[in-house]
Design a protein around this ligand. Structure first.
Ligand SMILES: Nc1ncnc2c1ncn2[C@@H]1O[C@H](COP(=O)(O)OP(=O)(O)OP(=O)(O)O)[C@@H](O)[C@H]1O
Ligand SMILES: [Mg+2]
Length: 353
C-alpha cells in the first residue's frame, strides 16, 4: 500500500487510507485544520490520519511542502509517514501516539493517572528540544505558530512529540485563522500576534512558556474559580517566584501533594516567566531554554512581564478576553499605565546568569 517517495515518505491513495481507517470511523479529535482518525496499515503499523480542510495550495506546492516536512525528523517531533493528495482530498499520515495529547493528561477529569513531576519535567525539556530543532537545526527556521497542550503528543514511554509543525506554512495560517482556531482562551498567543508585526520564533517561545505554567499547575492558566472570578495563574507564579518567602510548592499541581524536585520546579517556573516577556528580545531562545532545563546554565530571577504587573493575585483578573468586551479595554488601559512606570526596571536583563 502506498509508494515511497523522497526516501521515507509514502504516497497513499485515498482508498488505502479509507480502508486503513475503516472509512474514517475512529475519530481521535479535530482542530483548526480538520479531523484526525486512527488507522492501521496492512503491516500492522498504527497510524493517525489527518484530513486537511480548505487547502488552497496547488498540487505541486503541496507536495513540495509536505516532502519538506517529511525530511524533518527528531525524537521530539511526531513523524510524518506519508500523505495523500487526490484532487481536493489532502491527508497527512502520522505515527499514532498511544498516550494522546498533553491536554487530556493534564486537564481531563477522567484521567486518574496523574503525571508525576519527573515526567512533567521531561515533557518540558523534550518539547523545548523539539522546538529548538525546528527553530535552529532545520535549513529554514520553522515557526510552529500553534504550540499548546493539544499539539504535544506522548508516545508509549511518555516521550513528548511536537505535532503539527510545518502546517502553518502548508495551510497559510494568517492572523484571522489563528484567532479562529485557538480554542478556549487565546492564552497561548504572543502579544505580537495581536499587534500585527512580523512573527518570529519568539512567538513559539511565548506559547511554550504559557504551556509550561499549565504543566506545572495541571490547570488551564485562566480558570474560573468557585467564586466566579477568573484567576490568571502566570501572574501568581511571577509573584511567588520573586518573593523571598514565596510559597513555591503552592504553584505545583495539588494532586502531586508536593512531590516534586524543588530546584527543578523553581527553574521551570523562572524559565516560563522569561518566555512570556512582552518584548521578544527579552525572551530566551529555545536553545537557551534547553540549556537552562538541562542545568547547564543557571537562570536569573525573571522580571514580572509588564502586562502581568497590573494584576494582583487577589484581584478579579481579566485577561485575554474577547477584544470587543469592555473588560478587556479596561485591562489594556491599565497595562499601558504599568508599562510607562516599569520600563526601566525590566530592561538590560537576560535570562541566563
Ligand atoms: N499522531 C497522533 N496520535 C494520536 N493522537 C493524535 C495524533 N494526532 C492528533 N491526535 C489527537 O487528535 C486531536 C486533534 O488534533 P488536531 O491537530 O486536529 O487538533 P488540535 O491539535 O486540537 O488543534 P490544531 O488544529 O490547532 O492543531 C489531538 O488533540 C490529539 O488528541
Ligand atoms: Mg493539532
Amino acid at each position: 500500500m502506498g509508494k515511497a517517495v523522497d526516501g521515507s515518505l509514502m504516497a497513499f491513495g485515498y482508498r488505502d487510507l479509507q480502508s486503513a481507517t475503516k472509512n474514517f470511523s475512529e475519530k481521535l479529535g479535530g482542530g483548526g485544520f480538520g479531523s484526525v482518525f486512527k488507522g492501521v496499515l496492512p503491516d500492522t503499523t498504527v497510524i493517525a490520519v489527518k484530513k486537511l480542510e480548505s487547502i488552497s495550495q496547488g498540487e505541486k506546492q503541496f507536495r513540495s511542502e509536505v516532502s519538506t516536512i517529511g525530511t524533518i525528523q527528531h525524537v521530539n517531533l511526531v513523524r510524518l509517514r506519508g500523505f495523500c493528495s487526490e484532487g481536493n482530498k489532502k491527508l497527512l499520515v502520522y505515527d499514532y501516539m498511544p498516550n494522546g495529547s498533553l491536554d487530556s493528561l493534564l486537564f481531563s477529569e477522567k484521567n486518574t493517572n496523574v503525571l508525576d513531576w519527573k515526567t512533567r519535567y521531561s515533557i518540558a525539556l523534550g518539547t523545548a528540544r523539539g522546538l529548538n530543532y525546528l527553530h535552529e537545526k532545520c535549513r529554514d527556521c520553522i515557526i510552529h505558530c500553534d504550540i499548546k497542550p493539544e499539539n504535544i503528543l506522548l508516545d508509549a514511554q511518555f516521550c513528548p512529540k511536537v505535532a503539527d509543525f510545518g502546517l502553518a506554512k502548508l495551510v497559510g495560517r494568517d492572523f484571522s485563522r489563528v484567532l479562529t482556531t485557538m480554542r478556549g482562551t487565546r492564552g497561548y498567543l504572543a502579544p505580537e500576534w495581536i499587534s500585527g508585526v512580523a512573527i518570529t520564533a519568539k512567538a513559539d517561545v511565548y506559547s511554550y512558556g504559557m504551556m509550561i505554567f499549565e504543566v506545572v499547575s495541571g490547570r488551564r492558566n485562566s480558570e474560573q474559580s468557585e467564586d466566579g472570578k477568573l484567576k490568571f495563574f502566570p501572574s501568581y507564579v511571577a509573584n511567588q517566584i520573586n518573593q523571598e518567602d514565596g510559597d513555591i510548592l503552592s504553584l505545583l499541581d495539588h494532586r502531586l501533594e508536593g512531590d516534586a524536585d524543588l530546584e527543578e520546579l523553581i527553574r521551570v517556573c523562572k524559565v516560563a516567566c522569561w518566555c512570556i516577556q512582552d518584548e521578544e528580545t527579552q525572551r530566551p531562545s529555545m536553545g537557551h531554554v534547553v540549556q537552562i532545563l538541562e542545568g547547564v546554565v543557571s537562570v536569573n530571577p525573571p522580571p514580572t512581564p509588564r502586562c502581568l504587573q497590573v494584576f494582583d493575585t487577589q484581584e478579579n483578573i481579566v485577561f485575554f478576553t474577547e477584544s470587543s468586551s469592555s473588560q478587556s479595554s479596561q485591562a489594556q488601559s491599565h497595562t499601558s499605565t504599568a508599562s510607562t512606570q516599569t520600563k526601566n526596571t525590566t530592561s538590560n536583563k537576560s535570562p541566563e546568569s
